[in-house]
Design a protein around this ligand. Structure first.
Ligand code: ZN
Length: 360
């Protein structure tokens, strides 16, 4: 199994997109890229926008060479919205290219979180996908299947954070082939709930990707953060998995201090370390960036107006800003790579457990 991180906090954006190739299939998880629209009262810095633009381009390439798409939930940092969002470089056409039928992969299968038990906001967004009749989409919650030697096991639906989370529900995914295993929790804010802990501890994954406690977030209570850290510690104590903490946990620069404060004694990886490049915590560092590298005047307005000059400027930033060189080289390598896809008429699936409830 090979893991290719595509977008996340340590890679300069706000998302959790990664590609997994096994000897049997190529799987793209949460194909989206997003930026915090406001942080410290500030819009995204041009460095963030330059990465978002180019990562979007890479994702649009990858969806054309993926056997299986997975959507863990319907927030914009995991799910490409079909409405114009300038900082995410998406609109109806981009969403259609991401999720619509693919010429080269007509059999592409999309396992997505069932919207049945989530909140209104996620349901509304999910409707775009589930109303489509031209794609092969299945509710993933609790489903288990094999393709050749690759096992895919989706968690049951669990809360996006604490038991009383208002953010709706998500799923996690466990993938195993003959060489390695990988578990991605989806957004569980820590984990902040017992169901997610149970799913994690019922698998001995070689690698465990957790989003981590969102301690930066003013609307998440101190008590919720404490529970999340306690759950994390319980996981660390009961598993030998190599842990990657990526996404929520890295949205503030003091994550190491928080680990000390809560006595979380691990040396977690993030996506940047995993691929061996310098981490780019750009959203967390936005205030300093604005001071040190002031953006051009009215750049957000220009972006809103699709001004070709601002788009060319962002391309220039991506090509030439020294801070982005390692990430640029990595993303270009991904873009040039061709991933193995099954290219059969359909995927040869052995169903082990199927979610029977139809999506309503
Ligand atoms: Zn997220």
């Amino acid at each position: 199994m090979k893991i290719f991180p595509i977008s996340s906090e340590s890679l300069g954006t706000r998302s959790s997109c990664h590609l997994i190739t096994t000897e049997d299939v190529t799987i793209l998880i949460d194909p989206s890229v997003s930026l915090g629209p406001r942080r410290y009262g500030l819009p995204p810095h041009p460095l963030e926008l330059a990465i978002s633009k180019h990562t979007r381009d890479v994702i649009l390439d990858l969806v054309e060479q993926t056997d299986i798409l997975i959507t863990t939930h319907y927030h914009g940092d995991h799910y490409t919205l079909g409405v114009k969002r300038i900082v995410e470089f998406t609109d109806n056409e981009v969403a259609n290219r991401t999720y619509g039928p693919k010429k080269r992969v007509p059999y592409q299968l999309h396992f997505a979180k069932s919207p049945n038990d989530t909140n209104f906001n996620q349901k509304k967004r999910a409707y775009y996908l589930w109303r489509r009749k031209d794609i092969n989409i299945k509710p993933a919650d609790g489903t288990k299947l094999k393709i050749g030697d690759t096992l895919l096991e989706f968690s049951p639906s669990y809360p996006h954070g604490s038991e009383h989370s208002k953010l709706g529900t998500v799923i996690g995914i466990y993938i195993e082939d003959s060489s390695d295993s990988w578990l991605y929790t989806g957004d569980v804010d820590g984990p902040g709930n017992a169901k997610a802990v149970e799913f994690i501890l019922s698998h001995e994954a070689d690698f465990l990707l957790i989003d981590g406690p969102p301690f930066y977030h003013p609307q998440v209570s101190k008590q919720e953060i404490e529970i999340s850290f306690e759950n994390l510690k319980k996981i660390v104590k009961n598993t030998d998995s190599k842990i990657l903490l990526e996404h929520h946990f890295l949205r503030a620069l003091n994550w190491k201090e928080k680990m000390q404060e809560f006595e979380l004694n691990i040396d977690p990886l993030n996506f940047a370390q995993y691929i061996g490049i310098e981490a780019l915590f750009l959203e967390a560092n936005r205030k300093n960036l604005m001071k040190e590298q002031p953006p051009p005047k009215n750049y957000m307005q220009a972006l809103q107006n699709n001004d070709p000059e601002i788009l060319a400027y962002l391309d220039d930033v991506f090509e030439n800003n020294t801070a982005l060189q390692e990430l640029k080289r990595y993303l270009k390598k991904i873009k040039q790579k061709s991933f193995n896809i099954t290219e059969k008429e359909r995927l040869n699936i052995e169903w082990i457990k199927i979610e029977e409830e139809p999506v309503i």
